[in-house]
Design a protein around this ligand. Sequence first.
Ligand code: SF4
Length: 467
Amino acid sequence: MASESSPVPSAPARSAALHASLGDAVRDAHVPLAKPEEATEAGNYFVANYPPFSFWQREQAGLVDEVLSRPRGSADLGVYFHIPFCRKRCHFCYFRVYTDRNAAEINGYLQAGLREFRLYGSKPYLAGRKPKFVYFGGGTPSYLSVAQLTELTTGMKELFPWDEAEEVAFEAEPGTLTEKKLEAIRDLGITRLSLGVENFDDHILELNGRAHRSKELHRAIAFAKALQFPQINIDLIAGMVDETEDNWKRCVEQAIGYQPESVTIYQMEVPYNTTIYQEMKAAGQLTAPVADWATKRHWVSYAFDEFEKAGYTVTSATTVVKDPEKTKFVYRDSLWAGADLLSAGVASFGHFAGMHYQNNADIGPYMMSLDQGQLPVYRAYQTNAEERLLREFILRLKLGRITSSYYVEKYGVDPRESFAQPLAYLQSEGFLTLAGDVITLNREGLLQVDRLLHEFFLPQHRHARYT
Ligand code: SF4
């Protein structure tokens, strides 16, 4: 548990304190749910962490080093590396990406990343620990050449060996993949290849600024299948610009046709730092030129139904898997349960023993910190015991089904009591059921869980700018 090495009270004391403060907070702050905002407006919709990122502070960045000077941690450990390079910027993208860097600049960035891993490897809290999961995200990890990937991963493995990792996930843009590169990626020890398909239609791909087209998609999926990756994941987005019901149905059909081990389906959001929002602003529009939320929920629900008919199981608000016994999302489940995450690379988000942190979001200052032998942490947030419980409750509710006994055992708190009011409210609104120990979101609740989660936020974190 991440909280094991945090300065928190013993379980009974924690239990009493949390009961009192959460109950008061929820009672004081509860306001009825606003009517669903059905038009898609600008802003982040999805809840990716708690407390919201806008509360993380520059002043707390120095505390990360204090955590890292503690004795070796015993929580599960994950390692993440952010590769911020893409062939071109998608119009809906809100990540830190660069589309204009040459091979020498990319090599310089990878060397900086290895310096960052070396700094972490020298810290008592991390020294000698092996990751349970490894994740390459971006950006586009598959933008790197085979030589760059080999050098990067060799260096990472020397510091944090992967031989005990249960999962090594790798995000790929289909247009960057050749059979040779895919073979090399598989041989690095990647267990989940996550293909950013998003849509199978060339017109929609082009209109939304994707770099690849359907021909490259089909070729990449065929290569990946032939190379027998342990898990192939296809990413889809419901509600891209110009999406139609008929096209969405064809996308779902094609995804099922490939029989991937898992599929992640996101509903299109339009954060402020996207090209789409810039165009909305220039045109004075408040509503994004994409389907409204009700339509997106309808499309995801249709996809869930079709995948279920094909033998898949819905395992969260965004995932379906072919065989839930075999196919896991170790990264997601471990993180949501409070694992440590050593996160390296520009703008990346990590977590040590209850301390959230984010790296510098610009490549220049990020690399300069490492040149000076310093961690490039830009902002951080030390959670308290109450926030850690809330975080784990909120994030795991996105799985659609949780048991109260898990929280009683881990935190000495029964969420049915601590969150009685918002749970009763969501039950009365027809989004969830309480049966004995189990809290279950129904399909309607699951499809809009990120909106509902705000009911559980502490008063000071409501209405936060979620960026
Ligand atoms: S490929 Fe992904 S990270 Fe790169 S620009 Fe598109 S959405 Fe952003």
